[in-house]
Write a protein that binds this ligand. Structure first.
Ligand code: HEM
Length: 127
């Protein structure tokens, strides 16, 4: 019998220091991306940075340590007022994948991150 206590992706990638390294890169990319930057114009920087940390920690399967709004609630105004849709979601996942790739994370692990993101797509898009 094999008992597997799976190491989370978060641990495999390098834990908090890796998340910190990824935050700046991901943040810069998202805010520079004409497909999605307009969603963030009214979001303050400090909050945004924390958002990205929460986002990445979550995406890596680390402890959420997050007591903010649920995904549906947090993104509902973006869906209702700004038409947040699959295209935008894809762009965020793409920026995340590029960020991780640039930081030397393997394609296999990036695939796992993308899968986790997929699992929450409908919730974020309020469907
Ligand atoms: C896997 C996908 C996503 C996750 C896990 C995620 C996670 C989060 C979290 C944790 C927050 C903070 C909520 C709060 O503070 O109460 C948030 C807010 C936000 N998200 Fe996402 N997000 C995702 C996708 C997206 C996408 C695709 C966009 C737009 C392109 C987006 C734009 C925003 C914005 C603008 C806010 C701030 C809203 C505000 O200032 O009130 N998110 N998201």
């Amino acid at each position: 019998m094999t008992t597997t206590v799976a190491m989370s992706l978060y641990e495999k990638i390098g834990g908090a220091p890796a998340v910190d390294a990824a935050v700046d890169k991901f943040y810069d990319k998202v805010l520079a991306d004409p497909r999605i930057k307009h969603f963030f114009v009214n979001t303050d920087m400090a909050k945004q940075r924390q958002h990205q940390k929460t986002f990445l920690t979550w995406a890596f399967g680390g402890q959420p340590g997050y007591n903010g709004r649920g995904m549906r609630e947090a993104h509902k105004p973006l869906v209702d007022k700004l038409g947040l849709n699959d295209t935008h979601f894809d762009a965020v996942v793409e920026n995340l994948a590029t960020t991780l790739s640039e930081l030397g994370v393997s394609d296999a692990l990036i695939g796992e991150v993308a899968k986790i993101a997929e699992s929450i797509r409908d919730e974020v898009l309020c469907r």
